[in-house]
Write a protein that binds this ligand. Structure first.
Ligand SMILES: [Zn+2]
Length: 1177
């Protein structure tokens, strides 16, 4: 007990002492526990609040806590350049007549005053944004007027006073008129509750009353009370990059900084834990924030703003490669992103890839200024204290007009510039690239080489990653033009359209979670909202000058237009911002909401993607995605969701592409990605931020699912047939064509019901498997689906016309009528009718086995498709006519018929073969492919489309297993023949499906590294002649009358040229190797190389003389098969022979020469694939 008492006494004493020395301030004075009586300052140093000098022990402790932040001590003070500082007298608090001397500092964000110039923590901060104006009140005095309070100061002279007023007023004006340039992450002064991580009342040792403490981003703010917080006027803030949080007791904790220990006490231990956690996160954020900056600042030239020389610049232009201060960054913004792309070193963490940081270390301010600022007249240069106008003028001249740049000797000669750029990007000379690009060389110019068509591809091929990085950031950069700056108006035009809109909206508090529940009207408050200069602000009412909060357009990542009546207000929309907050607004007036949504969308969507605005979108925004063959780098895309179409602007494309969600082959969430699989393309949408990503996932999943009971509301295949129908038809085609009474026999009712339910829920996921599903259950499911269809297959509108047509006597007229009716059906219905009738046509083709001729099928399907009770014979007639006149009515040409015939034959063959390792499921050939070796854990089941190449399959497997391939790793797909103990790497361009069909029961596919590929490529590149000859041991497998007769391995001489492999008995006969001579000697055997299938390995049973052998299969035109074995003495020989085989068989193209080549071809396929889509109208 005595301990506690002692602590209490101590606390009381400390409180009074500290009060005196630090915060015994003005209007706060009455708050303090005791009046100052501090003669004894012994405790002061240990628990010192204020100055660096008085807290030496703390300082040394703290700085050792964060190794690496050696500059930590002056960091907080210098993070923002001080615009003006000096001593001023602060007017006395109430009840006193004595002016207090204060050290006053002004930076871009705050006006602060301190006890002394050595203090780190202020007694008071006033955000520049909350200052309404500055007024002179005589006697060297002036007032700083905020909306709620006035602060009076007295300068030492009129001149000093005027200088303060001028500087302050200038800052205030800049802020007011350039809302756009307000780039600080958060501004608690305006009560921006939204960016706050934690806030509330806390006891701070030294204060009588609890303080209002706010943890926001990488800072902790102290306010006298909540009211002050709302007004924005605070005591001080603590930069958490020098902070450390320590648990003290049940409710108490210390925030230690090199300058002071803040001892807090919470109301409960739970509260304390929350505060400790929030502050620790804030420290983590502050430290991680400075990581990029520290790296970039490690280069001397990057420690001062490239434009004005301010210290510790923590902003950058990522395309110009310059590090700049906050004030210059504001002006850079004004130039627009086609001139300069402004990013924060501390906040925009995602941009800062290793490459970009390295680029900044190698180019950075030094190299950039050698170019951009080669000829700056001293009279035009700017410095730390330059005003906004001067900065703007200078930056326009420097970057927009290129007035001071060092001209490249090729300037003006476009062709030569482009050529030089193509050459330079393959070297490491970044300075030259910079000079070329900003003197007019075109980043996207054609290099003349279709394989590497532009400088970016060339740089990539040359492995010049930094060149690539530089070029990528400057892909859309505008080249400086002197005449660009002629019109003042034009200069400041910002790329984002400046949309102005205002009015009352109802708003809920912002949220960190998706809104799942309905928000009632009571949860909304009426706010005056304005959209101006790319800032959306909301105010208590339309008379308030200071907003309750604001959202910058550049922070918005997603905008959602909710369906009507989602919440208490009829129309609502949601805004998602970068820092994972969600804002919900509503109104009774749908038209007004529509206008708001349009205005906001217009002001945050990248102009290059503005086509998206033309859609009646439900959701619009930006997302990270990966696609194509290069999955290494995520790119930024703009997306809009309208019903079941996802419109996208991908990073490297300037036209809109549409993803038809109902037609996806697969949709799944894998880790942090949403995977959308289309026929030839897989798109990974990445969860960069959680909140908006989850929203997108839910919306896309919903849009991709079946939404109703009509045909067009179902998940669809490429050819517009509902997946349900497609799955069932395919299954019956594979397994039920010969099943007796197919479609007439009814399956088990319960099974049909559950299967239909499963299919309705997500048909894409349902795999119908033989053995698991009975054909009659599936056939019944299909019938039930048609019978229950909302609008019917032939639609309610035209149903009767179809029935009438069946009664027409004249054959020609009847067919004409059917065709006419067919063409008036909606697309999906038409495609479905055709698919179904085609299917029934096939079924009747097997009527001898299944007993279902056209008439029988018509009896079953007539009432099903027309949803009648079966009494109207005409329904059956229609179906019978459609089947029996299928070829005429559907204009099926001969080729299509033959193709179908072949397919049926193949299916029957496959069924008879039965046991092949590629099993078929519902039309897709699903193949088991192993990764590296055959074992269950390494199994992957892959759908093999007819066009898939070995390379694509390899890539798909690696992608699924998230394996990054490195350079010189030759991943390939191998066909392994277990019986022969041999394997064959498939050529990368080889189609997989035929191989799959040909695979025997003891063969399988495996994806693994081809270890000898590098050596083979080296060999091929270095050899002198295209032909290869030498001794090998040969053994023939003779299958005569089923008897395995063999004579063992014998030496033979082989010659492999670019078409044939020849075998000679005698080496001697070839001693003079002249072509004529060669021809004159008849080889014992000769094979065309292209008809050989060469496998590595020989089965051990044959006792090969070495382990370096081949197994070769040969099939001649008469389909006669031979099989023989070749064996080398060394591995090197084997490799050389095998390489030569590959070389000849593939026309010299053994391995894709460069990854980008493949990518280019894939991109092409992708875009042409997209072209086949027509946007829905
Ligand atoms: Zn600067």
């Amino acid at each position: 007990m005595s301990d506690k008492d002692d602590a209490e006494t101590m606390r009381g004493r400390l409180r009074s002492e500290r009060v005196n020395s630090l915060f015994s301030e003005d209007e706060l004075i009455e708050d303090y526990y005791d009046q100052p009586a501090a003669n004894d300052s012994s405790c002061w140093n240990d628990y010192g609040l204020s100055t660096l000098q008085s807290s030496g022990t703390v300082s040394s402790r703290s700085s050792s806590m964060h190794s690496g932040s050696t500059e930590g001590l002056d960091a907080p003070a210098q993070l923002l350049p001080i615009i003006k500082a000096g001593w001023l007298d602060k007017n006395p608090p109430q009840g006193s007549y004595i002016y207090q001397k204060r050290w006053v500092k002004l930076d871009a964000d705050y006006l602060r005053y301190f006890d002394s110039e050595k203090d780190t923590y202020s007694k008071r901060f006033i955000p520049v944004t909350s200052i309404a104006r500055v007024a002179s009140i005589g006697d060297q005095k002036f007032e700083v007027i905020t909306n709620n309070r006035t602060f009076a100061f007295r300068a030492e002279s009129d001149a000093d006073r005027n200088e303060w007023m001028r500087t302050l007023q200038q800052m205030v004006d800049e802020r007011k008129f350039k809302g756009l340039n307000r780039i600080s992450l958060f501004q608690p002064p305006t009560g921006a509750l939204d960016s706050v991580d934690k806030c509330g009342l806390l006891e701070l040792r030294g204060f009588k009353n609890k303080l209002y403490v706010v943890v926001a981003g990488d800072k902790v703010f102290l306010y006298k009370n909540a009211e002050d917080y709302r007004q924005g006027i605070g005591i001080t803030y603590i930069e958490m990059n020098v902070g450390n949080v320590k648990d003290v007791d049940r409710r108490g904790f210390d925030l230690t900084t090199p300058y002071r220990i803040f001892s807090f006490s919470a109301d409960s231990d739970q509260e304390k834990d929350e505060w400790v956690e929030a502050m620790q996160q804030s420290i983590a954020e502050a430290l991680s924030n400075s990581e990029v900056a520290e790296k970039i600042w490690s280069v001397e030239a990057n420690r001062l703003c490239a434009d004005c020389g301010s210290p510790k610049p923590d902003w950058a232009s990522v395309n110009l490669c310059v590090v700049i201060c906050k004030r210059c960054a504001g002006e850079h913004r004004g130039l627009g992103p086609s001139i300069t792309k402004v990013r924060s070193l501390k906040m925009d963490r995602k941009v800062w890839t290793e490459e970009l940081i390295e680029l900044f270390c190698q180019v950075g301010n030094c190299v950039a200024n050698q170019f951009w600022a080669a000829n700056v007249p001293p009279s035009e240069a700017i410095h730390v204290a330059s005003g906004s106008q001067e900065r703007r003028r200078f930056l326009i001249a420097k970057y927009k007009e290129g007035k001071y740049r060092r001209y490249h000797p090729l300037f003006g000669n476009q062709e030569e510039l482009n050529k030089a750029l193509c050459a330079t990007v393959t070297t490491s000379d970044l300075a030259e690239t910079q000079s070329l690009v900003f003197c007019g060389a075109e980043v996207s110019c054609f290099s003349g080489d279709p394989d590497f068509p532009n400088p970016i591809a060339l740089a990539e091929q040359a492995g010049q990653k930094l060149q690539m990085e530089f070029l990528l950031h400057n892909k859309s950069s505008e080249i400086p033009r002197v005449e660009a700056g002629n019109s003042e108006e034009k200069q400041y035009s910002v790329i984002l359209p400046s949309v102005t809109h205002n009015g009352f909206l109802f708003k809920t508090p912002s949220m960190a979670k998706l809104v799942h529940e309905r928000k009632s009207r009571e949860e909304f408050s009426r706010r005056w909202c304005t959209l101006n200069d790319s800032i959306f602000s909301y105010y208590e009412n339309d008379r308030n000058a200071v907003p309750n909060g604001e959202i910058k357009m550049e922070e918005i990542v997603c905008l959602v237009n909710n369906p009507p009546d989602t919440h208490g207000y009829e129309s609502t929309f949601e805004i998602y911002i970068e820092s994972e907050r969600l804002y919900l607004f509503g109104l009774e007036n749908p038209e007004a909401i529509r206008k708001w949504v349009k205005s906001i969308a217009k002001s945050f969507i990248h102009p290059r993607a503005d086509e998206l605005l033309s859609h009646d979108f439900e959701r619009i925004g930006r997302l990270q995605y990966k696609g194509g063959l290069n999955l290494a780098r995520a790119k930024e895309g703009w997306f809009a969701l309208t019903q079941s179409v996802l419109y996208a602007f991908f990073e490297d494309s300037d036209k809109e592409e549409a993803v038809h969600l109902k037609k996806l082959q697969e949709l799944s969430v894998q880790g942090d990605s949403l995977v959308l699989v289309e026929r030839r393309r897989t798109l990974y949408i990445q969860g960069e931020r959680k909140l908006d990503f989850l929203g997108w996932v839910a919306a896309i999943q919903k849009a991709a699912g079946s939404s109703g009971d009509t045909l067009s509301e179902q998940q669809l295949t490429e050819s517009d047939i509902p997946v349900i129908v497609d799955r069932c038809i395919d299954y019956i085609t594979q397994c039920g064509l010969t099943s007796e009474g197919i479609y007439r026999k009814s399956g088990q009712n319960s099974k049909t019901t559950s299967l239909l339910e499963m299919l309705r829920k997500d048909a894409r996921r349902v795999r119908l498997k033989e053995g698991e599903h009975q054909v009659d259950d599936v056939s019944n499911t299909l019938k039930r689906f048609f019978r229950d269809l909302g609008d019917g297959l032939f639609t309610k509108e035209f149903c009767q016309d179809w029935l009438k047509a069946a009664a027409i006597d004249n054959e020609e007229e009847k067919i004409g009528q059917y065709r006419q009716l067919l063409s008036s059906l909606p697309v999906v219905n038409r495609a479905t009718v055709k698919a179904l009738i085609n299917h029934l046509y096939r079924v009747q083709y097997f009527s001898e086995m299944n007993q279902m001729n056209t008439h029988n099928l018509a009896i079953v399907f007539g009432p099903t498709l027309f949803q009648t009770d079966g009494k109207d014979y005409k329904a059956g007639r229609v179906v019978e006519d459609l089947i029996s006149r299928y070829v005429v009515i559907f204009s099926v040409d001969e080729q299509e018929m033959r193709k179908q015939q072949d397919e049926i034959t193949a299916i029957i063959k496959m069924r008879i073969a039965g046991s092949s390792s590629g099993t078929q499921q519902a039309g897709d050939f699903i193949c088991t492919v192993y990764l590296e070796e055959k074992k269950t854990e390494a199994e992957q089941h892959v759908k093999i489309p007819a066009t898939m190449t070995a390379e694509e399959l390899t890539f798909e497997i690696l992608e699924r297993r998230k394996i990054d391939t490195k350079e010189k790793e030759y991943w390939s797909c191998f066909e392994v023949n277990e019986r022969e103990e041999a394997e064959r790497p498939l050529h990368y361009s080889e189609k997989v499906l035929p191989i799959l069909h040909g695979l025997g029961t003891d063969s399988y596919l495996v994806v693994k590294k081809q270890l000898s590929m590098e050596n083979m490529l080296i060999y091929l590149a270095s050899r002198v002649s295209d032909s290869k000859h030498g001794m090998m041991k040969f053994r023939e497998e003779r299958n005569l009358l089923g008897l395995g007769l063999s004579t063992g391995f014998h030496d033979r001489y082989f010659i492999l040229n670019n078409s044939c492999l020849r075998l000679y008995k005698e080496v001697r006969s070839l001693k003079q190797r002249m072509p004529a001579v060669e021809n004159s000697h008849r080889p014992e055997k000769e094979w065309p190389v292209k008809n050989l299938k060469v496998y590595l390995g020989i089965k051990k049973k044959l006792r090969p003389p070495s382990c370096w052998g081949f197994t070769v299969f040969y099939e001649n035109e008469k389909h006669e098969k031979q099989q023989w074995y070749l064996c080398c003495d060394t591995q090197m020989e084997l490799r050389e022979w095998f390489a030569s085989f590959l070389y000849v068989q593939n026309g010299g193209n053994v391995w894709p020469s460069e990854s980008s080549k493949v990518r280019a071809s894939r991109t092409q396929q992708d875009s042409s694939f997209f072209e086949t889509y027509e946007p829905e109208t």
